[in-house]
Design a protein around this ligand. Sequence first.
Ligand code: XIL
Length: 319
Amino acid sequence: AQLHDLAVRAGLKYFGTALREGAINSDSQYAAILGDNREFGQLVPENGQKWESTQRTRGQFTFTQGDITTNTARQNGQGVRCHTLTWHSQLPSWVRDGSWTKATLTEVMETHINNVMGHYIGQCYAWDVVNEAINDDGNWRDSVFLSTFGTEYIPLSFQLAKAADPNTKLYYNDYNLEYNGAKTDRAVELVQLVKAAGAPIDGVGFQGHLIVGSTPGRSNLATTLRRFTALGVEVAYTELDIRHSSLPASASAQVTQGNDFANVVGSCLDVTGCVGVTVWSFTDKYSWIPETFDGQGDALIYDANFNKKAAWTSISSVL
Ligand code: XIL
């Protein structure tokens, strides 16, 4: 059986994948696997809905890249996670380097959120409203948003998102929350801070950009997820990949990778309120890892020739 079907039978809402906009029209093998709704029940645009893709120039909205994912999902009967609104990265320089007051930046955020969420209204199971607001050491991440507002920009983003689309789930999304350290503590505080401000938050996304051999075990991962579900929000793994820190990967490293994937997926099964798992692309042919982490890679569940890896088999066995 295939991963989304197995995931649903095991009690999750979906097993999904990121869609790489540049590959879908040029690579028919890629398109065929990605479009199989029993393998992937949900898609997320890898880049197409980000600020630099949707409003690179002030006041000019472009949805061609983002629409690739929603159109593909519609054709194939798949759901969509939407990604992302308030983020320091892939943010056009007119926003990043602008000199703003709270009032003028609020207006910019409101216009952006209204237009982008408005365009996709009714199509997104969830939106990553705020992405990566915390440093690995647990401090608030520096950005034009933090320097203009302090942490107020976080509840503000959720409030604006709720007004733009009242029927989608509103998520905070970040990486390295899986290790349950200072960054995780701060993310717990973030959820509390949003709620204390009277703003809505429905979920926390664990990106899950992990490393073979350094991935926490299943019960530790589940304990960490429960810190958030205890606050009344759902959780999900939103960008899962588990990279080899050196290549080529040995046969034993590939087995370890499979166990690590099974632990992550298994932890979601163990936690009431963990709704699903999304891999950050599915084939080693198209992955941000080697582009970003020099010398690392092979982080996904199909190899670069679209063969299922040990990781695929481990996930299917745990589901
Ligand atoms: C990455 C994409 O995969 C790359 O193609 C792009 O060049 C940079 O962004 N956290 C996120 C994702 O929330 O949006 C990032 O995606 C990976 C890290």
